[in-house]
Design a protein around this ligand. Structure first.
Ligand code: ZN
Ligand code: ZN
Length: 226
């Protein structure tokens, strides 16, 4: 068997012991496994950024001080810290354009879903790509993550922009036209899912569209906290 990431061979005997092992030890080698560090210790209670103490980070304080954005996204939970090694994994995943690499995260995602089942909203809503980007890439990473979390992701959002990665100032990020449009019938509680939380703007615009449609409580889960 070969590591999904680096293609090194993974030595193992196939017996009941290996079948019962977490899936990531069967699909990737130990060295690649280390490129996926779980978030542990002190974090910002809103965005899950790693902190020296459990205090709200300065970015979240700014979001919460804005009348427009206060309370729009109640909290975000992420799985892995961002670092260069993980960027390589994500780039491979993006450009190999398949649902195979999502197996790398499968057991970590299943574990967190089990831990959070009672707290998390049951409606799992992946952040959509614009149709233009979806055609270009062939698959949506947020959708692949959501499918590991639930058999039935709910599609409530449509994305109108083309996700061009132009640098925006903070003011522009907070005051642009919302790129998301929500269906008019929404459940009261939603868990948004995306691959990465970077500035938090994408998730908040999506949450804002849902809130405008009547959703009362929106949280998010991302694979990586950037
Ligand atoms: Zn490997
Ligand atoms: Zn924060």
């Amino acid at each position: 068997m070969r590591c999904l990431l680096c293609h090194a061979s993974i030595e193992q005997d196939v017996n009941w012991d290996t079948v019962l092992k977490p899936v990531e030890t069967r699909v990737m080698c130990a060295a690649c496994r280390e490129t996926l560090p779980l978030i542990e210790g002190n974090v910002c209670p809103i965005c899950n950024r790693k902190m020296d103490c459990n205090a709200t980070c300065s970015d979240c304080q700014k979001w919460e001080q804005s009348d427009k954005w206060q309370g729009v996204l109640k909290r975000n939970q992420s799985l892995y810290h961002y670092h260069e090694g993980i960027q390589e994994v994500i780039t491979q995943w993006k450009y190999r354009g398949d649902y195979v690499l999502v197996k790398l995260f499968q057991s970590d995602i299943e574990r967190i879903v089990k831990d959070r089942r009672k707290q998390w909203p049951t409606a799992v809503v992946p952040i959509p790509l614009s149709s233009e980007r979806l055609v270009e890439r062939g698959f949506n990473q947020a959708e692949a993550i959501a499918r590991l979390m639930t058999r039935k992701p709910v599609h409530l959002l449509e994305r109108l922009d083309s996700e061009k990665q132009s640098k925006k100032t903070r003011y522009e990020r907070l005051n642009r036209i919302n790129p998301f449009r929500s269906k008019t019938s929404v459940p009261p509680h939603v868990l948004l899912v995306d691959d990465i939380y970077t500035t938090g703007a994408t998730l908040r615009y999506a949450a804002k569209a849902l809130q405008d449609a009547g959703c009362l409580h929106i949280e998010s889960f991302t694979l990586i906290r950037g």
